[in-house]
Design a protein around this ligand. Structure first.
Ligand SMILES: *Cc1c(COP(=O)(O)O)cnc(C)c1O
Length: 483
């Protein structure tokens, strides 16, 4: 049998082959009582150390990550995660037990406290909690705070949250989980909130609005002051979805725009790894009068050092185990310090420059529904020339053959053939130019040989999947090998 590197590790297994050798310490063997032994041998692969290393190295190449190639996944900020973040998070001093006495973890609490403080400074919200595990978890915490705020004022009619039709899917989902009904507001042609539509839905049942600015199509909400005034005058609060803070970093602050509550994704903007399910961190910031509701523990600074405020009666309570994902916090703190206050605006400006450069370089071939300067990302509506019926899905699949991760597609829903491109600031001009060349090549192929693009990808481990079947009846087992 010829061995391929994508064999299962079980297929290359050979009886009694060992991948380890233990030193001989001359320790006497002890028999394990028979009733404690398994009756059948465990099914385990038996390979040498080199075979194990080769196997996992080859498996890792099947995965696509920002360290393998360009990854312009709109709304996800797949930026480079500098290795120093990981090095610092792995320092032995950070290997802590959550029940350690506070006097022995003062340094860790300082990192925690300082991260909260810097996030406040960057966002303009007064106080942050680092407890939530992810963006959507942060949204839930923020909405629970909103709920408590209205309840404490005996304003119990307010059970509706306004969400624009271009919002990230987690917004209406979180509102529902928090026990609110959602009310949709329409967008203008440029993706901004339609003020007339907003006015028509504001009343004394509105608890608040969830917005992201720039919005999901990358356009800055220029009427944000007016929106803020309208919602506040109607008795509601403003929630800022700050998952992607890249475009405004060091340039504009949600707190200054009138937002009362927000979350930030450390695993997007603040350069900690994400994808594949975590670990994440979704800090929540609030204005002063909502601080009393923040979940516990709250890390505070006293004159004798850092301590945890545990017994505040107005807190929401605990929403995570212990302090949240502290490892992620260390990585984000390292990133914050290594960029430095004076350089944060470059993150914003370069991510915006890269996005606009790509947009302008491709708009003669791809349909640009929303013109003008975008922020960190933008949306094409498929190819301009649709006569050959090559869809956004086909284009995305063909990009795989050129070692490019496809952008986000068919989101936001307001653009029919949406391709949402976010290059981030960590890509060089060479990488960005290469992407532009690939996109132009695919557009030309779509005209000259549409069937080629419709059949893509060809160079990948699995070829074109039946998307519906893959979602409904996923085959998650390699083969029936272990029967
Ligand atoms: C990623 C994202 C979220 C959700 O964050 P998770 O950490 O995946 O839960 C929410 N809103 C926007 C705009 C996002 O891009």
């Amino acid at each position: 049998m010829i061995m391929y590197y994508d064999n299962l590790i079980f297929e290359i297994s050979q009886k009694d082959r060992k991948g380890y050798s233990l030193p001989n310490y001359g320790i006497k063997q002890y028999g394990i009582p028979k009733e404690l032994l398994r009756s059948e041998e465990a099914i385990l692969p038996e390979v040498s150390e080199l075979e194990a290393v080769r196997h996992y190295t080859n498996v890792s190449f099947k995965n696509f990550g920002v360290e393998k190639g360009f990854y312009p996944l709109g709304s996800c900020t797949m930026k480079y995660n500098p290795k120093i973040n990981q090095d610092i998070a792995s320092l032995p001093g950070f290997n802590l037990h959550p029940y350690q006495p506070l006097s022995t973890i003062q340094g860790a609490l300082e990192v925690y406290y300082e991260t909260q403080r810097i996030l406040s400074e960057l966002s303009g919200l007064d106080t942050f909690t680092l407890n939530p595990y992810a963006g959507a978890h942060g949204e839930l915490v923020g909405l629970m705070i909103m709920k408590r705020y209205h309840e404490d004022r005996n304003d119990t009619k307010r059970n509706k949250i306004i969400v624009p039709d271009s919002a990230h899917g987690t917004n209406p989902a979180s509102a529902t989980v928090a026990g609110f009904d959602t009310v949709e507001v329409k967008s203008n042609e440029d993706g901004t909130v339609n003020l007339e539509d907003l006015k028509s839905v504001l009343n004394d049942e509105i608890a608040g609005i969830m917005l992201t600015n720039p919005n999901t199509v990358g356009i800055f909400e220029k009427d944000i002051y007016e929106i803020s005034e309208l919602v506040h005058d109607a008795g509601g609060l403003l929630y800022y979805d700050g998952a992607n803070l890249n475009p405004i970093l060091g340039i504009a602050r949600p707190g200054d725009m009138g937002f009362d509550i927000m979350h930030i994704n450390l695993h997007k903007t603040f350069s900690t790894p994400h994808g594949g399910g975590g670990p994440g961190s979704g800090p929540v910031g609030v204005v002063d009068h909502l601080v009393k509701y923040l979940p516990k523990p709250v890390v505070k600074k006293g004159k004798d050092g850092f301590y945890l405020e545990e017994d505040n009666e107005t807190t929401l309570g605990q929403i995570s185990h212990f302090y949240g994902n502290f490892g992620v916090v260390i990585k984000a703190y390292t990133y914050l310090l290594s960029i430095g206050k004076e350089n944060f605006s470059n993150v914003g400006k370069l991510s915006v420059l890269n996005a606009n450069y790509i947009k302008e370089s491709l708009r003669d071939l791809y349909l640009l529904p929303i013109k003008g300067v975008c922020k960190h990302e933008f949306v094409f509506d498929g190819l301009i020339d649709k006569s050959d019926h090559v869809t956004t899905l086909d284009i995305a699949k063909r990009l795989l053959d050129y070692d490019v991760h496809p952008p986000t597609i068919y989101f936001p829903l307001v653009v029919k053939e949406a391709i949402m491109i976010e290059p981030t600031e960590t890509e060089s001009k060479v990488a960005v130019d290469n992407f532009i060349e690939v996109m132009r090549k695919v557009a030309i192929e779509a005209k000259e040989n549409p069937d080629l693009v419709k059949g893509a990808p060809y160079n990948t481990v699995v070829k074109r999947l039946d998307e519906a079947q893959a979602a409904r009846k996923p085959i998650v087992k390699y083969r029936d090998l272990l029967k």
